[in-house]
Ligand binder design. Structure first.
Ligand code: PEP
Ligand code: MN
Length: 276
């Protein structure tokens, strides 16, 4: 694809995660296991994040997700509790043997966030914020790069390239749905991008069926599909009381649903030569 258009692309050459420097939970993303990343959309309180962390860890999650800086459509919507939330999240993860991933919205947050997180997430709205990507290329911390709302495959890989080109090879991609005319779900989860990425790159790719559908009842079926097409992991929004969540409640599943889903995935994975 990129080659046909004469655009140099190096992702395929250098895409392997530097396993020796990474926490085991993140290094596992380039192995045979389907990794579950789970947690609330927003970190809301020490109790909330600790209780979600305990449940998802008991069910088999390896990495805790949660937003401290939230990119919201409205400036009046909840924007996240910032550094406080990162402290709560780090403590919750440590209590339960989980790694931490959280979204960075601005290059000025990187240094502070590195004190708390094992992996820095770039959200769909920032995937072409090239100055942020370049800064993330200069740090030694894995980056979870989400696909943009309207990013083509080439644009998505080129965003990864910005990070890799600066010397940070620990990039994890994430399909989180793109905007289409289809209106029964919040976004259209493009599962076909998983094998497409695997043809062109060695980078691990996660699937986010929470943002990819926007609907709680679609999360488990699309997770099963994501595992079947070869996703290296699933990132899922889990909340104890989704109807009262401060963000993304409609797409958040309960810890009980998460547990049931992991049980299903554990049956599917061996058929595909994977484990969970
Ligand atoms: C999130 O993970 O909560 C999030 C905001 O994701 P995205 O950037 O994919 O919308
Ligand atoms: Mn969310």
């Amino acid at each position: 694809m990129a080659v046909e258009q004469g655009v140099p692309i190096f992702v395929t050459l250098v895409g392997n995660l530097s396993r020796d420097r990474l926490p085991a939970e993140l290094a596992a993303l380039s192995g045979p296991e389907v990794i579950a990343l789970a947690g609330p959309c927003s970190v809301e309180s020490p109790e909330q994040v600790s209780s979600v962390a305990r449940s998802v860890a008991a069910s088999g999650a390896r990495i805790l997700r949660g937003g401290a800086f939230k990119p919201r459509t409205s400036p009046y919507a909840f924007q996240g509790y910032g550094e406080e939330a990162l402290k709560w999240m780090r403590a919750a993860a440590d209590e339960n043997g989980l790694a931490v991933v959280s979204e960075v919205m601005d290059a000025r947050q990187i240094e502070m966030m590195m004190r708390y997180v094992d992996c820095l997430q770039v959200g769909a709205r920032n995937v072409q914020n090239f100055d942020l990507l370049k800064e993330l290329g200069r740090v030694r911390r894995p980056v979870l790069l989400k696909r943009g709302l309207a990013a083509t495959l080439e644009e998505f890989l080129m965003s990864a390239e910005y990070i890799l080109a600066e010397g940070n090879y620990d990039v994890i991609l994430c399909e989180r749905g793109v905007r289409t005319f289809s209106d029964f779900s919040r976004n259209t989860l493009d599962l076909a991008v998983v094998p497409a990425v695997k043809d062109l790159s060695h980078l691990p790719i996660l699937v986010d069926p929470s943002h990819g559908t926007g609907r709680r009842d679609k999360v488990a079926p699309m997770s099963r599909g994501a595992a079947a097409v070869g996703a290296d992991g699933l990132i899922l929004e889990v909340h104890h009381d989704p109807d009262r969540a401060l963000s993304d409640g409609p797409q958040s599943i309960t810890p009980e649903t998460f547990e049931a889903l992991v049980r299903e995935l554990r049956q599917i994975a061996p058929v595909l030569g994977r484990s969970l």
